[in-house]
Each structure stands twice: as C-alpha cells, then as structure tokens.
Design a protein around this ligand. Structure first.
Ligand code: ZN
Length: 213
C-alpha cells in the first residue's frame, strides 16, 4: 500500500490534539445543525493564498470555492460541467450567504500564463489555456502596453480579473436579484503574498485600497 503523505499525517495529529480540542463543541453543533456560513469566497488554488488562513476563520464560517486564478465564469446554463457555478448556486440559493468575495493574489501563476503569449499548453487538453480565456481580452490589451513593467502588468491583470469575475457574478439571475434587494453584497479583494497586505476593492471607484493592518 502506498504511504499517505507524512506531513499530512503529522498535521492531522497536531490538529486533533490542538485545534480540534479547542473547537470540538463547535464541530458538534455544526454537525447537528448543519452549516450556515455567512460568506462565499472565490479564491485561487494557489497554496499560498488559503482564505481560511488569511481571514483566521474557524469551521463553518466560510464557504470556499477555489479554482485556477479565482475566476467566476459567466452564467451559461448549457448542460456542461460547471463546478464553480454549481458551488455559487448552492452558496446563494441554499445557504443564503450574505457576502461573496472574489479574492485574487499577487504572483498568480494562472494570470502569468494568461499574459504570456508564448506559453505552451501543459497537456493536449489545454484546460488552463481554455479557462484563462475568461480574461483573454484584458490580457491582450495589457500585453501590448510597453510602458508598464512585467510586475505592473501582472498586478493589473490580477485586479482586472477580479472586477471581471464580479461582473460575471451579476450575470447569474439569483445573484443579480438578491443584490438588488440588498440581501447580498459582492466584494473584491487582492492578497499580496509577499508582505501579507490585503487590498479591498472600493465599490464606487473599483480601485483597490490597502487595508490597515
Ligand atoms: Zn493564483
């Protein structure tokens, strides 16, 4: 039999003797009563940008969807497999979350790939290439901007992509209706993994503003 990864075994034991002991009652209540998370977070798969860690959240607080480059596709009821849309549907319709946060991050590999015209597909299916088409229009415009540095282009597309995903959220009828009724709020955030800064999107200007620590 293959060995289960040792760091995970050790981590689980630490969890059971530490955090689980502290939160045993909370887990019991959540098991009995079901989850009632207040917020849906759409975050990147990147191992450095875990929402539960960044927001110091306990069990039952955050309903988290992670995908490459934290993107929300537009509403497409076409019978295809839409994992992010399925999670969104459940969070909004069944769990009735009050807030949705699209959280991007610095040095995002998906965004870097979208900005690299010479990037070769990792496999014949080119799933990442197809997925990153969601921001291809903005990526092409930024690629051609020679007055920006590489890192400026990268940060710009990371943030433009967040705004793009928020616009796509509003193409889902359930999101649009609940937002108009004031029962759901949409937010953008960008986490700088190099220094821990969190930048929040201003809902009026749509600029990203650094949060005081
Ligand atoms: Zn990323």
């Amino acid at each position: 039999m293959k060995r289960f990864p040792v760091p995970l075994l050790n981590g689980y034991r630490n969890f059971m003797s530490g955090r689980y002991v502290d939160e045993r009652e909370r887990y019991r209540v959540l098991a009995d009563q079901g989850q009632k998370p207040h917020t849906l977070i759409v975050a990147c798969c990147d191992s450095r940008a875990a929402p539960e860690t960044i927001f110091d959240a306990g069990p039952g607080e955050l309903f988290v969807v992670r995908n490459v480059a934290n993107m929300v596709p537009p509403y497409e009821p076409d019978g295809q497999y839409h994992s992010t849309s399925a999670a969104l549907e459940f969070a909004v319709q069944a769990l009735r979350v009050r807030d949705i946060i699209v959280m991007g991050h610095g040095r995002c590999g998906g965004i870097r790939a979208a900005l690299d015209p010479s990037a070769e597909p990792l496999s014949p299916g080119d799933f990442i290439g197809k997925w990153m088409n969601l921001v291809s229009t903005a990526a092409e415009q930024i690629q051609g901007n020679s007055v920006m540095t590489d890192s400026e282009r990268q940060t710009a597309l990371e943030r433009i992509s967040i705004r793009n995903s928020i616009a796509n959220l509003r193409t889902f009828p359930c999101v649009k209706i609940l937002e108009e009724r004031g029962k759901l709020q949409l937010h953008g955030a960008w986490f700088d993994i190099s220094n821990g800064e969190l930048w929040i999107m201003d809902p009026d200007t749509r600029d990203f503003v650094r949060l005081d620590k």
